[in-house]
Ligand binder design. Structure first.
Ligand code: IMP
Length: 185
């Protein structure tokens, strides 16, 4: 099986390639523009994106993710891309300076549409914390400031290791189960 991941994010693409590749599912990148509407949940953003994309594409995956910081009642959440662009990791660390309550979670919602089939969504999260300082050169986005276990940041993990515990890795595992059901033996 071969499926298009519609994203401009190379980091996400590498994670899909690794996680689905080991299951024998080949992915390729499609940079098809679509409206990422502002909505209250990742699921709504993905649903709206699917509505638009299914008019032009037969078969594809999209992914909307975010970092939800408990101290800020879930901010940046659905505003994560904007927060990363404006505040950056250093800005988030400044906002969190001196905070003892550092719990946060990443969430990932994947929308999938296969040719001739109804679209479906799968979601997963990964609980962790905002580190005191940015660490590591791998990954992308907020990876250097997030750790799932208070130890290494996501940016210090290899691709496979991040996928084994991350929001996206877990959502991809659910996606793989659904793909197996939908496409049969
Ligand atoms: P998007 O809307 O799904 O592209 O993601 C929103 C923001 O969260 C972007 O700035 C991404 O870089 C960031 N982001 C999404 N997934 C991850 C991740 O797995 N690690 C770190 N940052 C992420």
């Amino acid at each position: 099986m071969r499926i298009k991941v519609i994203t401009s994010n190379e980091g996400k693409m590498r994670e899909y390639g690794q996680a689905l590749g080991v299951l024998g599912i080949e992915v390729f990148q499609g940079d098809v523009p679509y409206d990422e509407v502002q909505a209250d949940t990742l699921e709504e953003v993905v649903e709206k994106g699917m509505e638009e994309l299914k008019q032009k594409e037969d078969s594809f995956i999209i992914d909307d993710s975010g970092l939800f910081i408990d101290r800020f009642h879930g901010f940046p959440g659905v505003y994560s891309a904007y927060a990363l662009k404006t505040l950056g990791n250093e800005g988030v660390l400044k906002l969190m300076a001196g905070e003892r309550r550092r719990s946060a979670r990443f969430e990932c919602c994947i929308g999938c549409k296969l040719a001739g089939q109804e679209p479906f969504l799968v979601s997963a999260g990964c609980q962790g914390e905002i580190l005191e300082e940015a660490r590591g050169a791998g990954g992308f986005g907020f990876d250097p400031i997030f750790s799932a276990d208070g130890g290494r940041s996501f940016a210090e993990l290899g691709l496979e290791e991040k996928n084994s515990i991350s929001h996206r890795g877990r959502a991809i595992a659910k996606l793989a189960e659904r793909l197996a059901e939908e496409t049969g033996p």
